[in-house]
Design a protein around this ligand. Structure first.
Ligand code: OGA
Ligand code: MN
Length: 274
């Protein structure tokens, strides 16, 4: 029987007793889903699996997404995050949940470390159900019915910075139009509420002018930074983190430049948040 060892009272558990080179039994898949929903992120150590086994494991939990940038050669469903002296870490050193610019953001991601610096490059996770629970009564009431606007903003900024013309931008905007998601979402499995706005992709609130939306969003983004709702994962080569993208946010510390860090991510399709 595998074991789940909690890493903090609220978020994170290390799974022991599973070898991901082997096919996981249906009973263990169900058990892992339970642990994922309960702990929001689960960790594995020393899983020296190849890309095929990584994808096979991820497919136990649903269909996989293809990210529009940085696919692994021959494995379009694997996203490569590779940082080194010529490509400083940065983009994911902001609290976020993944791909909330999609109508159906992912259920979860399974990230494996292929190369890690000797020290640094930890990933932090924040329990957004706990973040919601910490809101004061007045704020909880204020945000309960709001819809937030999410956009693939970093990519859009990158295009603008690299001098994209209006036509190119218009093309991008029609491929990735802004989408609306509830500020407070309900977990489709547990029924628990969580705060669902993030600093990387949430750009406004529907029907609220920016001069009021910005300060509210800034306050809501900051909830992820409370240490009481976080855990911090120190990677080793062949460690895996599998997070429930519906219930937590994450932050990749950018403290290891100029050392190399190479990660590969399989991403499981989700359903529209409600
Ligand atoms: C991601 C991400 C975190 C990391 O894969 O979605 O944000 O630690 N990565 O590399
Ligand atoms: Mn991410």
């Amino acid at each position: 029987m595998p074991l789940a060892i909690p890493q903090t009272p609220t978020i994170g558990a290390e799974i022991q007793g599973l070898d991901l080179r082997q096919k996981i039994s249906a009973a263990n898949v169900d058990w892992l889903i339970e642990q994922l929903v309960r702990f929001k992120v689960i960790f594995f150590r020393d899983q020296n699996i190849d890309a095929e086994a990584h994808l096979r494991f991820a497919r136990e939990f649903g269909q996989l997404e293809t990210h529009p940038v940085n696919p692994k050669e021959n494995f379009p469903e694997l996203l490569v995050l590779h940082h080194h002296a010529d490509n400083p870490p940065s983009g994911t050193a902001v609290w976020h949940s993944d791909v909330t610019w999609r109508k159906s953001p992912s259920l979860g991601s399974i990230l494996i470390a292929r190369q890690v610096p000797t020290v640094g490059g930890d990933t932090l996770f924040a329990d957004m159900e706990a973040a919601y629970a910490y809101l004061d009564e007045k704020t909880r009431h204020e945000v309960s019915e709001l819809q937030a606007i999410h956009q693939f903003a970093p990519m859009r900024r990158h295009l603008i910075k690299s001098g994209a013309n209006a036509e190119r931008l218009a093309k991008f905007d029609s491929a990735y139009p802004p989408v609306l998601h509830p500020v407070v979402r309900t977990h489709p499995v547990s029924g628990r509420k969580s705060l669902y706005v993030n600093e990387l992709f949430t750009v406004g609130i529907k029907d609220v002018p920016q001069d009021r939306a910005r300060p509210l969003l800034t306050k809501l983004f900051a909830t992820a930074t409370r240490p009481e709702i976080q855990c911090r994962f120190r990677w080793q080569k062949h460690s895996i983190a599998f997070w429930d993208n519906r219930a937590c946010q994450h932050y990749a510390t950018a403290d290891y430049y100029p050392h190399e860090r190479l990660m590969e991510r399989a991403t499981i399709e989700g359903t529209p948040p409600y």
